[in-house]
Ligand binder design. Sequence first.
Ligand SMILES: Nc1ncnc2c1ncn2[C@@H]1O[C@H](COP(=O)(O)OP(=O)(O)OP(=O)(O)O)[C@@H](O)[C@H]1O
Ligand SMILES: [Mg+2]
Length: 377
Amino acid sequence: MTIELKNVLELADAALAADYTRVRRAANALARDLAKGGEDAVANELKALVRKRGVPLKASGYVETLPVDSKSRLPLLEEQTWPDTPIFLNESAWRTFNDFIADAKRIDDLSAKGLASRLGLLLSGPPGTGKSLLAGHIAAQLSRPLYVVRLDSVISSLLGDTAKNIRSVFDFVPRKDAVLFLDEMDAVAKLRDDRHELGELKRVVNTVIQSLDTLDPSSIVIGATNHSHLLDPAIWRRFPYKIELGIPEEGVRADLWRHFLFEDQDDDGRAGLLATVSEGLSGADIETVSLTARRHALHERRDLDLGTVVSALLELRSGRVATPQRQPLDPEQKRQLAVTLKEKYAIAGADTARILGVSRQAIYGYLKQQDGEAQNG
Ligand SMILES: Nc1ncnc2c1ncn2[C@@H]1O[C@H](COP(=O)(O)OP(=O)(O)OP(=O)(O)O)[C@@H](O)[C@H]1O
Ligand SMILES: [Mg+2]
């Protein structure tokens, strides 16, 4: 078996220097050698070890020297750990996600054949649709550390420092075999306001473009924006892969409810019901509503009350701020909800009964009462 001995030395050296990124890279190189030599079991164990242990090294107080803004002394980027929650995406987003991962894994091969695009991925979509989470999943899938740059913090109050900051961020990351995540890309576009002269905006945009252009073809850059149309077209073009993270579709909403509210247990079709009435809500909305309802059930030592969940999400749908109320719905609230679900959302009485945890007869009673009032009124 051929083990590159320098990888062993590199591993020892990096470990003693507590350089987490180098440890991981050397260990992965070693694992590749081992796998080539037929030692698959050890190779896999080593790779699993690196994945598992990477985070505590950082938590143990080891801090890398990150580039900082010269005025505020704040770091321009920070390393984030890989997410431990799953992500649920619409079909077309999954396709691009998988293409991107596949291309990134074979980038050397693709380059040799002249088929590589730069590994730039632009994520766009409304707040709370999973852009940051998705960037984390990409880093995890590729076993690379994730460096997050908030462009709004890179934009310095000191005129002229912004371009310098951008350069030091880009200089730092390629050395690290990392995923560079440029969050809040809109911040660059917002420089168009009166606080900055147009010259400054141009300089910043040019620096971003130049920095992107000088990156090694195997470097991975992910950008996120709420409004892709605000981005400078020249920057936009430098991200050949694009994922539009829209508001989740019905099937995805059901997955989100199943995961966040029902903890992936048997939900007896109720996740699907909630999906029907939660159109327009983001993943983050569904998570917040779910966790609040579960906390209430825990505090009050009772079962989940889906009535409070549905009431909250109907409020959210009409643009109001809402979380589930702490107490279960009272009979009058249940009656009103039953009427709304039937009249506005055409939900069958049997389904409403399941959501409210009452008998079908009770639902028919509520609706009859409503009809009576409508006729009288
Ligand atoms: N598609 C999704 N799948 C699973 N969880 C999601 C999804 N979208 C949102 N969430 C949940 O909501 C949280 C917030 O999402 P995230 O921070 O990734 O949104 P974002 O698109 O980056 O929002 P912003 O534009 O405000 O930065 C996530 O940590 C996750 O728990
Ligand atoms: Mg985000």
